[in-house]
Write a protein that binds this ligand. Structure first.
Ligand SMILES: Cc1cc2nc3c(=O)[nH]c(=O)nc-3n(C[C@H](O)[C@H](O)[C@H](O)COP(=O)(O)OP(=O)(O)OC[C@H]3O[C@@H](n4cnc5c(N)ncnc54)[C@H](O)[C@@H]3O)c2cc1C
Length: 386
């Protein structure tokens, strides 16, 4: 807190979530240290601080699997490399298929994931029940399990990247709002904040659910919309295993995992309209609990202690927009993560830093995630969106 707003910088990053801070850390690691991260509120105050923290390699597209493979390894060595314990628990992700179409999609996707080196398996419902004996599997047709998936603490990841970036010279200014981006003859020239202007030639939009607002400041119409997502946590509950994987019922997106002595759980509300509000809808909890008791009957004995809501930054194909915006020189976007931005933060940070330094991403080929796909009508939708 309390850092003043510099008058100029080589790179300005809007947003101090796991995305913006990973970019800052990777830029500084590559030698670009004249970097300012600006956040309206503070580190991890957006989606990052409200995330369920899930980290998985089970995706339907090669680019997402590759972003995950890099990120899982980065999270495994995070403490040693970045200097922060992030409580990464690799207890696995167990996806449950309850329709024949899902079984077919799982088979295709497992083949893709295995071909890229993910230790995932398509398993029978009996094996799913061996992993989590309390599951009701009467209506389950098949499942997939990847033991190296898991979850970590997003707040610690953000703080770890922030501290390491600061040690290398990056400024992180909190409580300062970006209110404008000046573009002259098609090129970014400065970022306007509530506490003065920062002259720069490179702005990175890592504003998560607010990325559309930041895009409009630069005259770019990004197809990114905010959608509320709610999470609940039970009190201490010992009727489920200690080493509980993240379990996901694919059809309803009902999921749960352990959170300390309790259980963290949530579900997507298909009727949720776009919007920025984040109040908890306790009536929705009843629907989630009904699903929970169907899938795990002992859930009926749990008591819910708290809940919160955050925002997904969603694009029409549930994939992020990564890279330069050709129409505005110096304007780079890393947003639209549609619910999987935390798990991909290490790889995305590295790739965006490479774009700044080398002109293109080298760690993973992210060209299919460019803004241009919406202009050209591009690629397919990501199926694994929870
Ligand atoms: C309930 C929930 C569960 C989730 N579960 C998972 C999960 O299991 N796994 C996973 O990978 N992802 C999950 N996500 C998504 C994940 O949290 C995000 O994709 C990820 O944290 C990346 O966030 P970000 O840094 O891009 O954006 P954010 O963390 O939202 O950061 C954006 C920042 O921009 C700042 N900002 C906005 N406007 C301005 C402005 N005008 N000026 C200055 N600053 C501004 C905000 O204050 C904010 O801090 C979940 C999200 C939610 C809400």
């Amino acid at each position: 807190m309390g850092e003043s707003v510099p008058r100029s910088a080589e790179v300005v990053i809007v947003g101090a979530g796991s995305t913006g801070l990973s970019i800052a850390y990777h830029l500084a690691s590559l030698g670009v240290r004249d970097v300012v991260v600006v956040d309206r509120l503070g580190i991890a105050s957006g989606s990052t601080g409200r995330s369920a923290g899930g980290i998985r390699q089970q995706f339907a597209s090669e680019v997402n699997v590759r972003l995950s493979l890099y990120s899982v390894q980065a999270y495994e060595r995070f403490k040693e490399e970045v200097g922060q314990d992030i409580d990464f628990r690799q207890y696995g992700y167990l996806f449950l298929a309850t329709t024949p179409e899902e079984v077919e999609a799982f088979s295709t996707n497992v083949a893709l994931q295995q071909s890229l080196g993910v230790p995932v398996r398509l398993i029978a419902k009996e094996e799913a029940k061996e992993i989590v004996p309390q599951l009701h599997v009467g209506d389950v047709l098949a499942a997939t399990f990847c033991p190296t998936d898991g979850y970590a603490d997003p707040y610690s990841v953000a703080m770890g990247y922030a501290a390491a970036a600061r040690r290398m010279g990056v400024s992180i200014v909190e409580g300062v709002e970006v209110t404008g981006i000046k573009v002259t003859r098609g090129r970014v020239t400065s970022v306007v904040t509530g506490k003065g202007e920062i002259s720069t030639h490179t702005v990175i939009n890592a504003a998560g659910p607010w990325a559309g607002v930041i895009g409009r400041m630069a005259g770019v119409d990004l197809p990114i919309q905010p959608f509320r997502r709610q999470v609940f946590v039970t009190g201490p509950f010992d009727k489920l295993p200690e080493r509980l994987p993240m379990v996901i019922e694919f059809r309803t997106h009902f999921y749960f995992r352990r959170e300390g002595p309790g259980i963290l759980f949530g579900m997507t509300d298909p009727d949720e309209p776009p919007g920025f509000h984040t109040h908890v809808d306790w009536a929705f909890l009843e629907k989630v609990l009904a699903r929970a008791v169907h899938r795990v009957p002992v859930f009926a004995e749990a008591s819910v202690h708290r809940g919160w809501a955050g925002l997904y930054d969603t694009t029409p194909d549930d994939n992020p927009i990564l890279g330069k915006i050709p129409e505005v020189e110096g304007f780079i976007v890393a947003a639209g993560f549609s619910g999987h931005g935390f798990m991909h933060a290490p790889a995305v940070g590295r790739c965006i830093a490479e774009i700044v330094v080398f002109g293109e991403a080298k760690t993973v080929d992210i060209s299919s995630l460019s803004y241009g796909r919406f202009v050209q009508g591009g690629r397919g939708r990501e199926l694994y969106v929870i």
